[in-house]
Write a protein that binds this ligand. Sequence first.
Ligand code: UDP
Ligand code: MN
Length: 279
Amino acid sequence: MSCVSRRDIVAVTPWLAPIVWEGTFDSHLIDNIYRPQNITIAATVFAVGKYIRFLQDFLLTAEQHFFIGYRVVYYVFTDKPEEVPHVNMANNRKLNVVSVPSSNRWQEISARRMELIQTLIEEKLRNHADYIYCLDVDSKFHGPWGAESLGHLVAVIHPGYYGGTRSKFTYERRSVSRAYIAEGEGDFYYCGGAFGGSLKGVHTLADTCRWNFEADAAEGIEAAWQEESHLNRYMWINKPTKVLSPEYLWQDFKPRTPELKIIRFSGVIKNYADIRPNE
Ligand code: UDP
Ligand code: MN
């Protein structure tokens, strides 16, 4: 048994979902469970406008670390299909490009992600994938991300908030918004940059977040952190069945803390003024 027990972290939520940290699982044993199931993992990534520049490193590092040995299908949503880089892939892995319109506001790009994920699941993925992960493109893989992450509804704890107290979480605090979480409520602060689960789990999430987002927008309300706020509200009401530690979405600018034995996926340092179409 290659697992060592960890005493420095909490590995289960109060609703008894695992919190995945290095040293709490045996990947050999987990692969023996999932490999025979012959599952397909879909990964969505948006590369609109200048964010296309992040795609090559994202894909190259995913090919080294993301679900190696499993069938993987990437769906790249972009307004620049001709600029999608060619990356060599093993023959059980492939990439599909989905054209989307450009936008002058990054908030709008972010807003449409849930709708596009919902539509992708309805129109393309049914019967073609078992699990789906939705990932930010401005990030790279540095360590293995595999079947230990699988679950019906999977969220990643935001690296900025895993040690902190709930009162510091940047949830939407105005009760007029459908992303509202009251003071004293909420479990973790989760990232908008990585989430996933079964097709059904993510479809319900995307459908709900999209509906809430649009209903807010119709009343002129934009939640504090756009879809991340709606995702947090959803995950508070519908508890994730698996929670991934910040190993699964670190940030390059953050100094490593002692609990972090490995970084699997991390956001690159970027200059917002350079890459976003608006403030
Ligand atoms: N995005 C994009 N084009 C943009 C803005 C955002 O493609 O102009 C996509 C991209 O996949 C990015 C994600 O939306 O990773 C989230 O935006 P961003 O990474 O800027 O948010 P942050 O992680 O900084 O909160
Ligand atoms: Mn990002």
